[in-house]
Write a protein that binds this ligand. Structure first.
Ligand code: HEM
Length: 419
C-alpha cells in the first residue's frame, strides 16, 4: 500500500526554520510515504525511523558518490583525480556499509577515546573565552560567524592537530569535496556542472589531497597525542597499520564536515530557545545539573541533522508502506523527534522533559553520531562561558535566517545576538 503523501518540502524556508512544526499532523496517518517531488520515500514516524536506521541490511548508507566523469572529459580529468574524488566520498563512515563500516568505525573508536574528549575540554573553554574577548565590548555580534562556527572548527582542528594556518584551506577543500558529491545513481551524462568548473574543482581537490596526505605521512613518522596520530598508529594483530593514510584523511574530513556546522547550529539554536523562554535559562543556570538534559532536549528540538539518507537494498514494507528496491529513503529525524506518540507537546522546548534523550537527533544504531560523546560537553561549555561572560545575551528572533543548501542538515549562516 502506498499512503497519500502529506506536504513535505525539506528545502522550503518553513521547513528549515522548524522541521518539527512542518511535520506536525503526519505521524499517525502517514508514518512513511512516497514524495513525488523528492522522488523518494520519507519516514516521519518515530518507530518507523528507528526501525529503518537499525536495519542496515535493507537500507544501505551508500547513498552518495563522487560526481561521475563523462567520456568527453577524460582527457581533462585524469583517472587519478577521479579516484581521489571517489575515495574521499566512499571512505567516509556515513557513506559506508558493513563490513567496511564495521572495521573502520571500530578502529576510529579505538582512537576517538574518552580521553580525547576530556583533553578537548580545556581547549573548548580557552577558545570560547578568546573569541568572546574579541567582541565582548561591542554589545552585539553574529553568534554563528563570530563565535559558534569558529569555536567548533578550532575544537575539531585542535583534536586533529591541524595547524591553525591550514584550517581555512582545509575548509575550502571540504567545500570542494561537497561540490563533487553526487547521488549514488547519477549518470555521468546527467551532470549539469559546467565543464571548466568541474575540471577546476577536481584539480584543486586532488592538489589539496596530496598536501594533506604528505602532512599525514610526516605525522606517521613523528606522531603526537592527537586523534589523527592515534588513527595512524592503529595496528592489526600482526602489527600492520590498520588504516591507510588516505582512509585517515577521509575520516579527518568526515569528522570536520560532520562535527563543526552541526554543533555550531545547536549552540545558536539553544540561544534562540533560551531567548524565547528565559525561564528555561534561569532553571539551568540555577541548577547546572540540568545541563545534560537541556542539551538532549536541544538536540531533539533543534534537529539540526534533518535526514539520515538511505537506499533500499531490497523491496521492504515499512509501517505499511511498500518501498521498492533501489528507492531513495529519507529518514526524517526532525519529524520523528516531533512524533506526539513519543514526545508530549513536541514543539515545546522543555529542558526537564523526561524522555528527551530518546530523540533521534544524533541517529541510532551503527551509524549513530561518532561525535556523540563530544557534543554535550562542547555545547555546554560554549553556553556556560557565553552566559557567564555576556549576561543578558539574547538572540534576535526577528532576524530572517538563511540556510546553507543541504538535504542533510539545516544550518543558518548567521544569528545576530546582543547583550
Ligand atoms: C549537534 C551536533 C551534531 C549532530 C546534530 C550530529 C548528527 C549526526 C547524525 C544524525 C548522524 C547519523 C546520520 C545517519 O545515520 O545517517 C551523525 C553521524 C556522524 N557524526 Fe555527527 N552530529 C553532530 C556532531 C558531530 C561531531 C562533533 C562529530 C565529530 C567530531 C560528528 C561526527 C560524525 C560522524 C563521523 C558520523 C558518521 C558515523 C557513522 O556513519 O558511523 N558529529 N551525526
Amino acid at each position: 500500500m502506498t499512503a497519500t503523501a502529506p506536504h513535505y518540502e525539506p528545502g522550503s524556508q518553513e521547513h528549515l526554520l522548524d522541521p518539527l512544526a512542518a511535520a506536525a499532523g503526519s505521524h499517525a496517518d502517514t508514518p512513511v510515504f512516497f514524495s513525488e517531488a523528492m522522488n523518494a520515500y520519507v519516514v516521519v514516524g518515530y518507530d518507523a525511523a528507528r526501525a529503518a536506521l537499525k536495519d542496515f541490511a535493507s537500507y544501505s548508507s551508500r547513498a552518495f558518490k563522487g560526481l561521475p566523469v563523462r567520456e568527453g572529459l577524460r582527457d581533462r580529468i585524469p583517472a587519478e583525480w577521479e579516484r581521489v574524488a571517489q575515495l574521499v566520498q566512499g571512505a567516509q563512515l556515513n557513506n559506508t556499509d558493513p563490513p567496511t563500516h564495521t572495521t573502520q568505525r571500530r578502529a576510529i573508536q579505538r582512537a576517538f577515546t574518552r580521553k580525547q574528549v576530556e583533553d578537548a575540554k580545556p581547549h573548548i573553554e580557552r577558545i570560547a573565552n578568546e573569541l568572546i574577548d574579541g567582541f565582548e565590548a561591542d554589545g552585539s555580534c553574529d553568534l554563528m560567524q563570530d563565535f559558534a562556527s569558529q569555536l567548533t572548527v578550532r575544537v575539531v582542528g585542535s583534536m586533529l592537530a591541524l595547524p591553525e594556518q591550514m584550517i581555512p584551506g582545509f575548509l575550502a577543500w571540504i567545500g570542494d569535496v561537497f561540490a563533487v558529491l553526487a547521488p549514488i545513481d547519477l549518470d555521468a551524462e546527467d551532470v549539469t556542472v559546467p565543464d571548466d568548473q568541474l575540471v577546476a574543482t577536481f584539480e584543486r581537490l586532488h592538489a589539496a589531497h596530496l598536501t594533506y596526505v604528505e602532512l599525514l605521512e610526516e605525522r606517521r613518522a613523528n606522531p603526537g597525542d592527537d586523534l589523527a596520530s592515534a588513527m595512524l598508529a592503529l595496528t592489526d594483530d600482526d602489527g600492520a597499520p590498520l588504516m591507510a593514510t588516505e582512509d585517515v584523511l577521509a575520516h579527518m574530513l568526515g569528522l570536520t564536515a560532520a562535527g563543526t556546522d552541526t554543533t555550531a547550529a545547536l549552540i545558536t539554536n539553544m540561544v534562540r530557545y533560551f531567548t524565547a523562554d528565559p525561564e528555561q535559562l534561569r532553571l539551568v543556570l540555577d541548577d547546572p545539573g540540568l545541563w545534560d538534559n537541556a542539551i538532549q532536549e536541544g538536540l531533539r528540538r533543534a534537529s539540526v541533522a534533518l535526514h539520515g539518507m538511505r537506499i533500499a537494498t531490497e523491496t521492504t514494507v515499512l509501517a505499511g508502506c511498500e518501498i521498492p528496491q533501489g528507492s531513495a529513503v529519507y529518514v526524517a529525524l526532525g519529524a520523528a523527534n516531533a512524533d506526539p506518540s513519543v514526545f508530549r507537546d513536541p514543539l515545546r522546548f522543555d529542558i526537564r522533559r523526561e524522555n528527551a534523550k530518546e530523540h533521534l537527533g544524533l541517529g541510532i544504531g551503527r551509524h549513530k553520531c561518532l561525535g556523540a560523546p563530544l557534543v554535550p560537553p562542547e555545547v555546554r561549555l560554549a553556553l556556560e562561558v557565553l552566559y557567564q561572560r555576556l549576561p543578558g545575551l539574547k538572540a534576535d528572533l526577528d532576524q530572517e535566517l538563511r540556510f546553507a543548501p543541504s538535504p542533510v542538515v539545516r544550518v543558518a549562516q548567521s544569528q545576530r545576538v546582543s547583550w
